[in-house]
Design a binder for this molecule. Sequence first.
Ligand SMILES: O=C(CO)[C@@H](O)[C@H](O)COP(=O)(O)O
Ligand SMILES: [Fe+2]
Length: 230
Amino acid sequence: MVKAHIAPSILACDFTQLGSQCQHAHSCGADWLHLDVMDGHFVPNISLGFPVIQSLRNLIPKDQGVYFDCHMMVSNPEQWVEELGNIKVDQFTFHYESTKDPLALIKKIREHGMKVGVALKPNTPAEVVDNLGELVDMVLVMTVEPGFGGQSFMPEMMPKVKYIRDKFTSLDVQVDGGLGLKTIDAAAEAGANVIVAGTAIFNAEDQKKVIDTLKQKVNENLKKMGILTE
Ligand SMILES: O=C(CO)[C@@H](O)[C@H](O)COP(=O)(O)O
Ligand SMILES: [Fe+2]
């Protein structure tokens, strides 16, 4: 069922307190954790790798209901599918721009027991998912150039979100970059249901309030669109 999911991006954590900050965000209502993996090649930054994700999965096992959403900002994503499958993350989101054979990659990710997301950089048109939308679980529309947290939201990406939502009503549509209380309305009205927020959640004094508000705005819009019926 398509409904709101709030996915704190751990890039905005204090990494000395990573485990407890993730547990706190979960206790405040975040049901996903967004894990940004950057290789210094596909994007001009290096973030975190598999030992960190493994430690987090050990701390927060799969049965605790926290969905591990890996945003793979890497060249040659095929190389890392097996490793992430073994760590038992829930979803592998690859960049459309990073692979020559998206269909083979989707198949490989599924064979390793993960859900599949495909991410689009700002200059990549929404139409590239015309033939992929039925094959994946989620499309990620980047609302900043990938590589860094704390950037400004790009409202001009909203027609892409709307295009994908109109075409695939039962797909998870994620937005990532600059999301928070000031930008949620635009994203929710366009039809996004998975909201990544790093700075807006981890820098908030009252994380529960921020998460509840983001969730409520998304669910209200999904109801207006007739997508969420409960
Ligand atoms: O993938 C990325 C950046 O490349 C994101 O997940 C950011 O880390 C989101 O951070 P905020 O913009 O919410 O601070
Ligand atoms: Fe991300």
